[in-house]
Design a protein around this ligand. Structure first.
Ligand SMILES: NC(=O)c1ccc[n+]([C@@H]2O[C@H](COP(=O)([O-])OP(=O)(O)OC[C@H]3O[C@@H](n4cnc5c(N)ncnc54)[C@H](OP(=O)(O)O)[C@@H]3O)[C@@H](O)[C@H]2O)c1
Length: 212
């Protein structure tokens, strides 16, 4: 299974580091090939920088570690080329509120996962994952002991969900499925299972299952 990450920023970079530490080979791509090359060089032999087109062509699992609107653009741009692939979406639909906080950029009852699910090209499967914890926590809670921190995901397709659950494990978290993509609002920012929601931080499996 070939794993690629598009977006070499905060989430893409930290997730790449977690996956490499877990023994996963990753292709890294972004708008700026030089940034992807620098990140790959810092991560060692398991990370390889490629052009976005190559990441799309070669990946079985493609993590879209870019902002929500960019994900929409990439889905439209690559269309049929995404058929047969598992697309992983960590996006949170938020923007600065101009007052030091954040505001949701879509309707209160909407989720990025549901909106993107309707835009996914035929034959591709969307899985929501890696957006429930802040970038800092994605690093600090990876391979936590004694009890691993949960990595929530939402998926409509069993095989796609299983592939992403394996990546969550490799990234140093305990995978817990919240449900289908209709439930992804719960693991996005402002959702009850998000790090900054009712759970108040990364949790272990028992606490996660009790909250489902
Ligand atoms: N940061 C967090 O704590 C956090 C937590 C949970 C979820 N998320 C979600 O994760 C996603 C990424 O967030 P982030 O914090 O990693 O953002 P970021 O640091 O700004 O990184 C975004 C990356 O996307 C790249 N990019 C932008 N447009 C692109 C395009 N057209 N093609 C390819 N790459 C493109 C950027 O490249 P350039 O550097 O060239 O602009 C950058 O590498 C967002 O959807 C966010 O909501 C973030």
């Amino acid at each position: 299974m070939t794993t690629a990450i598009i977006g070499t920023g905060n989430i893409g970079g930290r997730l790449a580091a977690n996956l490499v530490a877990g023994g996963v080979d990753v292709l890294l791509a972004g708008r700026d090939l030089g940034a992807a090359q620098s990140l790959a060089a810092s991560l060692g032999d398991r990370a390889t920088a490629v052009a976005v087109e190559d990441a799309v062509a070669r990946a079985d699992v493609l993590v879209l570690a870019v902002w929500f609107d960019t994900t929409k653009e990439l889905l439209a741009q690559y269309g049929d080329q995404l058929a047969g692939k598992v697309l992983v979406d960590p996006s949170n639909p938020i923007a600065p509120d101009g007052d030091g906080g954040f505001v949701k950029t879509i309707g209160a009852e909407e989720s990025a996962g549901r909106i993107l699910a309707a835009l996914v090209p035929s034959g591709a499967q969307l899985v929501k994952a890696f957006g429930t914890l802040s970038a800092e926590t994605l690093t600090s809670a990876s391979r936590r002991t004694p009890e691993p921190a949960v990595g929530f995901y939402a998926s409509d397709d069993e095989a796609a969900g299983k592939a992403v659950a394996e990546l969550i494990t490799a990234a140093g978290f305990d995978p817990v499925r919240v449900g289908g993509l209709a439930e992804s609002i719960r693991i996005e920012v402002f959702g009850d299972l998000h790090e900054f929601g009712a759970l108040g931080g990364p949790v272990g499996r028992a606490e996660a299952l009790a909250a489902l």
